[in-house]
Design a protein around this ligand. Structure first.
Ligand code: GLC
Length: 434
């Protein structure tokens, strides 16, 4: 009974954050359409309204650039509660958008929504899937062309915001090399909505905006940006999500019999999984990103280090190492998985991506663990995520040391995670009883 009410509350959040076919992450703090938030939200909608799930993806694609990039923000309607707005980005797409991207969960969401549509017998599903599939394919081509020009099998981020983990300790060393000077006047709005102690610091913001200024001066041309980027990291989280989304698109291409697309995607998939596999470090029991400016491994222990599991089949030794490492990150925590390891000097349990637990991260990590035969650990992470949300509400993220809900409340992707993971937790509980 209580469960049902919570499901209703989750659906109500998605409905309340709906601005006409697209969903804002939360009111005021994030008043536009965000790329990877919308992909998760589409999967949440698919649990009760598949037509609306497709709409979410279709509206995101309205912001897709001619070169294939799907921007990290689509500014469908004006709002003065967020900085930096369209005037700072100065992009030239027909709808105002930011000039950078975000993790391509889109392809994963498309397969998910398509399967829900087939199950529900939704009319026009095949046609809607085909259009979105073509958009996804164009974006994956953009990723490889623009962000892996040297064929490493790893895609790079040029801005921490692209990673979706804005102020992660993974970027500290690389970001420290970025100047704090800006041509844009910084007018932070986020700290008017949320306690500054939980948000990125002012100095981080100066560097974030320095990067935006630099790329805007390149006219947002990918080659010019690549040539001058003072921040360039071949990111294992981004690459893993891209590889996994590629596998999901391959699945759709097979279903529909699109042979040329299947072959092209398979080549991409081979390149990305080979690149990822080379990033395993057995002495750390983790995968590591590569700083393309310094040439050094990024050894900061963050959630990104386990993300390759969503894309790779790891071997027995790796599986044991990952399991032990994830258990270690949970020691003394009320809720896992912390976005930064608690034993790291960079760990701050309340500051955004420097420690807090994020429901959508757990969703992906649990998927990866399950794919690699670590079913019990996957279930544990899913169930504790669901319980954390039930205790603290649909918050943006959670303090792992106390379980307290933090950041913006009534968050769309937390509601979507609850709808999807809640079903899985229920299914595994009834499986266990059988
Ligand atoms: C923050 C998060 C990012 C998310 C956005 C909207 O920038 O770091 O991952 O997409 O908020 O929720």
């Amino acid at each position: 009974m209580i469960k049902l009410d919570r499901d209703e509350a989750a659906r109500a959040i998605l409905t309340r954050n709906d601005r006409g076919g697209y969903t804002v992450p939360t009111d005021r703090l994030y008043p536009f359409q965000w790329n990877w938030d919308s992909a998760f939200v589409a999967m949440g909608f698919a649990t009760f309204d598949v037509d609306r799930a497709y709409r979410e993806l279709e509206r995101l694609i309205e912001g897709q650039w001619d070169d294939g990039m799907i921007p990290h923000i689509v500014f469908h309607a004006p709002s003065d509660t967020y900085f930096p707005g369209p005037e700072v980005w100065g992009t030239r797409h027909r709808i105002a958008t930011s000039g950078i991207t975000q993790p391509p969960v889109f392809g994963m969401a498309l397969r998910h929504v398509h399967e829900a549509a087939v199950e529900a017998g939704l009319p026009n599903a095949a046609e809607r899937t085909r259009n979105l599939f073509q958009a996804a394919l164009r974006s994956h081509r953009w990723w490889l062309r623009a962000r892996d020009p040297d064929g490493l099998g790893l895609v790079a981020i040029l801005h921490p915001w692209e990673s979706g983990s804005d102020n992660s300790p993974a970027w500290d060393a690389a970001l420290a090399r970025v100047p704090t000077s800006t041509t844009t006047a910084i007018r932070r709005k986020d700290t008017g909505h949320v306690d500054a102690a939980m948000r990125p610091r002012d100095e981080d913001y100066q560097r974030f905006i320095h990067l935006v200024d630099t790329y805007r001066e390149c006219g947002w041309d990918p080659q010019r940006q690549w040539a001058v980027a003072p921040f360039k990291i071949a990111d294992v989280q981004m690459t893993a999500i891209l590889a996994r989304a590629t596998a999901d698109l391959i699945h759709l291409a097979e279903d529909f019999g699109w042979e040329a697309e299947r072959a092209e995607l398979s080549e991409m998939h081979d390149r990305l999984t080979a690149g990822l596999a080379r990033r395993w470090r057995s002495h750390l029991s983790r995968f590591v990103s590569l700083d393309l400016v310094s040439g050094e491994d990024v050894e900061a222990p963050t959630q990104a280090c386990f993300m390759p599991l969503v894309a790779l089949r790891i071997d027995d030794a790796q599986r044991q190492a990952v399991q032990a490492e994830i258990e270690r990150w949970h020691e003394g925590m009320v809720v896992g998985l912390p976005s930064t390891a608690p034993f790291s000097p960079a760990f701050e349990p309340k500051r955004y991506w420097r420690g807090p637990v994020w429901a959508v991260v757990n969703w992906l990590i649990a998927d990866g663990l399950r794919m690699n035969g670590l079913e019990n650990l996957a279930q544990r992470i899913e169930q504790t995520t669901v319980r954390a949300i039930e205790r603290a509400g649909f918050c943006e993220y959670f303090d792992p040391t106390t379980g307290e809900g933090l950041g913006g409340d009534t968050f769309s992707w937390t509601a979507a995670a609850y709808l999807v993971l809640g079903r899985r937790a229920k299914a595994s509980a009834s499986g266990a009883r059988r």
